[in-house]
Design a protein around this ligand. Sequence first.
Ligand SMILES: *Cc1c(COP(=O)(O)O)cnc(C)c1O
Length: 383
Amino acid sequence: MTRAIAPATIAAKADHYEDALSGSIVPPIHTSTTYARDTGNQPFNPAHVYARDNNPSFVQAERVLAKLENGEQALLFASGMAAIAAVFYTLQSGAHVVLPNSMYWGVFSWTRQYCARASITVSYYAPDDAASLRKALQDKASTDIVWVETPSNPMMHVTDIRLAAQLAHGAGALLVVDNTVPTPLLTRPLDLGADIVMHSATKSLNGHSDVIAGALVTRENHSHWQRIVTERHDAGAIISPFDASQLLRGMRTLSLRVERACQNAARIAEFLHEHEHVEEVLYPGLESHPGHKVAREQMSGGYGSLMSFLVKGDKAETLAVVSRLQLLVRATSLGGVETLIEHRHSIEPPETGVPENLLRLAVGIEDVDDLIHDLDQALSPSV
Ligand SMILES: *Cc1c(COP(=O)(O)O)cnc(C)c1O
């Protein structure tokens, strides 16, 4: 009987093997762009002809990711956006896609522009409302892709992945889930019925704010996946061997980082929830959050390190809070070891409706009392 290996073990071992030449337990970085042929003109190793096709450095990281997500195959890309683009580039013109009306701004903005250009019809649904997803699926006779991002960035809406998969499959569509925020340690969308998982590996997977990378993982080798494999191979949005090696190294500590960041986030959410200068905390770990029940079912081990909160006050007062922070870093991005804070209203266009008094917090692994102390002095300057 084979025993299933836990994600923490998969990540820590990083698909470890002893290098045949040296016995080293950390893999070398394969920088060669090309591979030699023998005197009979045959490649020494048929898998290796040219490094855009295949490189041992990224193949190893892909194997780790596929195992973490319990998928059949993973592909790494030059960025999260490049991974997303590959999903859309491989649709035919006339295709129909269904996307959340509140999601990571970069994806919302790029898909809107690209789909208009490529004659792909887009319908939108409210990510916390299954009836609205049902309705969006009725817009056209058939749908190709349903996109889910849960918890969503930065409004922290929770979507029921299992239900979304049923609805998508009922309409003949594939369900793609952006699993960047939870990571495979907290949510495994493929086990809940999703067909493809997408990651900005720039965030928690790498975890050290020093690599831009993206990934797709598939449950099965379906025809859309085969087109994506060809697309990456032919259009070439690959990750560099050095970045793949950094990512592999980052993933080794994924379970420790996610565990600590989740614990910190839970404590900070409780603290902010009680704070007199905070109007509301958006964090699915709080029982008061409308998506808490669904999140409890589809997330295990924590509710993630991302949250948003609304300051009691206007835009100027909110920016004043941010300016008083001494320890937290004012920067975009998430999933790193250091805690970052961002005023999303300054970043996104007004149409996305992000409140002026919203701050997004990407919690890191620092000492949680230090973080709480910094937030407290920034929120209540008289203290
Ligand atoms: C950052 C992010 C992306 C885009 O990924 P890049 O690596 O920046 O290209 C997509 N989705 C979510 C949820 C993200 O946080």
